[in-house]
Design a binder for this molecule. Structure first.
Ligand SMILES: [Zn+2]
Length: 311
């Protein structure tokens, strides 16, 4: 599923990306799913709570349709995700950490249905139908990768709703490769939405970087293998969209550091830092933030401990 077009600067190797995906696919705790049930799994400060039921007759049509799509994409009939009876419907899915929480069903339009197939062996993937308010996830909902995937899919519904309100089918200027450009735009929007929802929960640097890498690979990587291989022009276009995504990522990092700086500069740690000879003459308004950011990035100074990790 990993693609070859990831050649922009700062790109992670396929090995690094595989390691990220493995980390995020690891469930917070191992869950054995019954026909229906509830689960609450915790790991460190993270908690995932879910409740699910078996499919009703009316649920089998949308699940069957998604299975058809998976089979067309090469999923084998003997896989768990190809068996309608192994799918379940979520009635609750909440993620919380450090007193904050998000409720995935509450983010979706009222009456939305989320179907999932818990499987350890298959690649985490998902889909959504904005028209029918249905989302599908192949993956264990106790694993962060499933949550991230679901939020990306929910992001598509938000984007689709926006297109509908504007009465258009695409937001890119018509022309050669406009179809690919629009697909890439949609993926970027969906991942940006997922990142926005999760941002308050991502004060752990490793987790934050993992989520960004996962979304980049999920939204802009694996979906676009075919588009990239069609013709060179299309590959260039796709790479262009990926570099824009990197601009978003850089902007996200900037916001993160600036928010942290605002909090850090009222701490005692700041006073100590300011007393250092190299910092005494810095202009508080124009020079301090830049100098501080370079210093924390070079020294790997853990400023989060001074501000209670609240960034
Ligand atoms: Zn997508």
């Amino acid at each position: 599923m990993l693609n070859k077009a990831r050649q922009h600067e700062g790109a992670r190797s396929d090995e690094e990306i595989s390691a990220v995906i493995d980390r995020l696919r690891e469930p917070l705790a191992s869950v054995s799913y019954a026909d229906s049930g509830e689960l609450k799994v915790e790991k460190g400060e993270h908690t995932i709570e879910a409740a699910y039921v078996s499919l009703e007759q009316a649920d089998k049509e949308p699940v069957g349709r998604y299975i058809q799509h998976l089979l067309e994409k090469g999923v084998r009939p003997e896989n768990a995700s190809a068996k309608v009876d192994l799918w379940k419907k979520l009635t609750k899915l909440r993620y919380s950490t450090k007193g904050q929480e998000f409720d995935v069903l509450a983010i979706m339009p009222a009456g939305s249905r989320i179907f999932f197939c818990p499987t350890e062996t298959e690649f985490v993937t998902g889909g959504v139908s904005s028209r029918q308010n249905v989302a599908w996830i192949v993956g264990d909902v106790a694993a962060p990768a499933s949550l991230i995937t679901l939020l990306h899919e929910v992001g598509h519904t938000v984007d689709d709703k926006n297109l509908l309100e504007q009465g258009v089918e695409s937001l890119v200027v018509p022309g050669e490769n406009a179809d690919v450009a629009e697909q890439v735009r949609k993926e970027r929007m969906a991942s940006a939405f997922a990142l926005k929802v999760m941002r308050p929960f991502l004060d752990d640097a490793e987790l934050r970087n993992d989520v960004i890498t996962f979304l980049e690979d999920y939204g802009l990587g694996s979906h676009y293998e075919s588009a990239q291989s069609t013709i060179n022009v299309r590959a260039i276009l796709t790479r262009h969209a990926m570099s824009e995504w990197h601009d978003d990522e850089a902007e996200y990092q900037n916001n993160y550091f600036y928010d942290a700086w605002e909090k850090w500069k009222v701490t005692d740690a700041y006073k100590e830092w300011k007393q250092r000879p190299e910092n005494q003459k810095l202009d508080p308004e124009y020079e301090e933030y830049g100098a501080w950011r370079s210093w924390v990035e070079e020294s790997k100074y853990d400023f989060e401990k001074d501000i209670g990790g609240e960034t």
